[in-house]
Design a protein around this ligand. Structure first.
Ligand code: GRG
Length: 291
């Protein structure tokens, strides 16, 4: 398959959708701050993951653009808040000034709040899905984004700063902070496409392993990534005394673990045959990425 075309077609579709949707302005200049981060060059992994999962189950992922776009809004809000001085305190993301460096802390906080709230409005605008399915998908997204998922993981991360934590604690932290939104994307795509309970189980396991492999890759990149490609400086985990897969296992150990986790994730897709090819390619892309 022409994976580059598959991915870039979907990126374009999502970008067009987000652009159109953000033309519907609110009543203040917070719209500008929201748009700044939403169009700062994100890879759109989570919405494309949702679409590719729906494709793997036999539906057409293109039909679920509203829900997919909502995931990107939630992801973007989390990055804006994560960069704030009270959290990770970063000046650059994706090679550009972070939201608060351009708009100030208070406006950045509101831009994140605005995107999180708009995400739910946009997801609930999804057409051609039975209402009970859409309600379940949006409920799961909320759970994955909140205190049982991303927000909870971020809180564990804050508490772990400066401490050496165990592998089990690190896994729990990242399952929430990074993994939960991948689970939301994959399960969302599966539900929307009408997956069977066996398919849902296999895909949930896949998403969990994908999240883990993605995070290990992130930790490796923080040590040996090229700052120019990443759009931010490397070595921030060490500076902040964070426990990472590299600090737990060494660089070589983390690389071996990433490889093993990717292989296990791919195994979960065996029963989906050819239709899961985009999902396989996304997995390899996410874990072989340079930024
Ligand atoms: C503030 C509630 C709250 C949560 C923040 C997502 C997050 C939790 C923090 C971001 C810190 C970080 C670098 C986590 C590692 C994994 C990750 C989410 C990387 C960025 O995701 P990509 O590569 O980003 O999909 P792009 O830039 O392509 O959108």
């Amino acid at each position: 398959m022409d994976f580059e075309k598959y991915y870039s077609d979907r990126q374009k579709l999502i970008n067009n959708f987000l652009e159109k949707r953000l033309q519907k302005k609110g009543i203040s200049r917070v719209d500008e701050a929201m748009a700044y981060s939403l169009f700062a060059g994100g890879k759109r992994i989570r919405p494309i993951l949702l679409m590719a999962t729906a494709d793997a189950v036999g539906a057409n992922g293109y039909n679920f653009l509203s829900v997919a776009a909502g995931l990107e809004m939630i992801h973007t809000y989390s990055l804006i808040h994560d960069d704030l001085p009270c959290m990770d305190d970063d000046d650059y993301r994706r090679g550009k000034y972070t939201n608060h460096k351009v708009f100030g802390e208070a406006m950045a906080l509101l831009a994140g709040d605005g995107l999180l709230t708009l995400a739910f409005e946009v997801m609930l605008e999804q057409k051609n899905v039975p209402p009970e399915v859409l309600v379940e998908v949006v409920r799961e997204v909320a759970m994955c984004a909140g205190n049982f998922g991303m927000v909870g993981g971020q809180a564990l991360d804050l508490d772990a700063e400066g401490k050496q934590i165990s592998e089990a604690e690190l896994r729990k932290l990242h399952s929430g902070k990074t993994g939960a939104m991948f689970i939301a994307a994959v399960r969302g795509g599966a539900h929307l496409a009408g997956a069977t309970s066996d398919q849902l189980l296999a895909l949930t396991h896949f998403a969990d392993l994908l999240g883990l492999a993605f995070q290990i890759t992130d930790d490796i990149l923080d040590v040996e990534g090229d700052p120019a490609e990443m759009g931010k400086s490397a070595g921030s985990d060490e500076k902040k005394h964070k426990s990472t897969y590299v600090s737990l296992y060494t660089l070589a150990g983390a690389k071996a673990l990433a490889e093993k986790t990717v292989a296990e994730a791919l195994e979960c897709l065996d029963s989906f045959g050819e239709k899961a090819e985009p999902l396989r390619r996304i997995t390899k892309m996410m874990c072989g990425r340079k930024s």
